[in-house]
Ligand binder design. Structure first.
Ligand code: 4GY
Length: 254
């Protein structure tokens, strides 16, 4: 997959994309990340990219010209087509694992990072296909959200996580929160690894992990349980866990 990132601060992307898994994905040609400096497409004398808002008010707004010019360039480069164009903004559609999975199927993506008060609305109307929010808070620019989105998409591209690690096992892949992880030593400062994980009994370990996933989801994010496919066994375990939590609460209130 090729991702073109349109930003006023390409330097911000140098760190996060040149380490660990994203670095390897690019070396293995599974991912190509290309940052484009929007300022390079400003045609005025001082290469400005922002202006005061029409109608008045505080701050500056990124103007349409450099972004439209930038798109003309991308279209020329790609023989007319640019694919999906994502804009990072708090007004966008909430980003989820499902969304990441869907975007990971694309051959190329463009991500537009806004800064200052925002981007001229005509950019959104004409050029943008997907508006994405990574959460209900306001950041100073779309760069950090773009990194979050690229990271989540990249690890869903087949081959990126390699042989041993798998995306299928982690949190949200199955719609539940993940079970707790442990490694050696078996006892550290008196804190022990749960006995069952050392038993070598694979079926019991699988059951324990599933139970832990269900427990965590029930305690921390019960709304997620409505969306997941639960087996008969899951439902039985959940009922039992609910009763346990209920009687614990009852005892605490006595
Ligand atoms: N939250 N999710 C977010 C954000 C910053 C002004 C438009 C978010 O995705 N993006 O806070 N973005 C703003 C800053 C221009 C983007």
């Amino acid at each position: 997959m090729r991702i073109d990132i349109l930003t006023l601060f390409p330097g911000m992307f140098e760190g996060p994309f040149n380490h660990s898994i994203l670095k390897r994905a690019q070396e293995n040609m599974l991912l190509q990340i290309n940052t484009i400096n929007i300022r390079d497409f400003s045609k005025n004398k001082h290469h400005t990219v922002d202006d005061t808002p029409c109608g008045g008010g505080a701050g500056m707004v990124m103007g349409p010209e450099p972004l439209f010019e930038c798109f003309d360039y991308l279209q020329e480069q790609n023989g007319g087509q640019v694919g999906r164009v994502i804009m990072m903004c708090p007004q966008g559609e909430p980003f989820t694992q499902e969304y990441a999975k869907e975007l990971a199927k694309e051959e190329n993506l463009v991500i537009v990072c806004g800064h200052y008060e925002g981007i001229d609305e005509r950019v959104r109307e004409v050029l943008v296909t997907d508006e994405i929010s990574i959460g209900d808070y306001v950041l100073t620019g779309g760069e950090l959200p773009a990194m979050v989105v690229v990271d989540a998409i990249a690890r869903m591209i087949p081959g990126v996580l390699g042989e041993t690690a798998s995306a299928e096992e982690d949190s949200f892949y199955n719609g539940l929160l993940e079970y707790p992880h442990y490694t050696k030593p078996r006892v550290y400062r008196g804190y022990e690894v749960p006995e069952i994980l050392l038993s070598g009994h694979h079926e019991n370990i699988r059951k324990w992990r599933r139970r832990q996933s269900l427990l965590r989801t029930l305690e921390r994010r019960p709304e997620l349980l409505k969306e997941v496919e639960l087996t008969k066994e899951d439902k039985k375990v959940l009922l039992e866990l609910q009763q346990q939590l209920q009687s614990l609460k009852f005892e605490n209130n006595k």
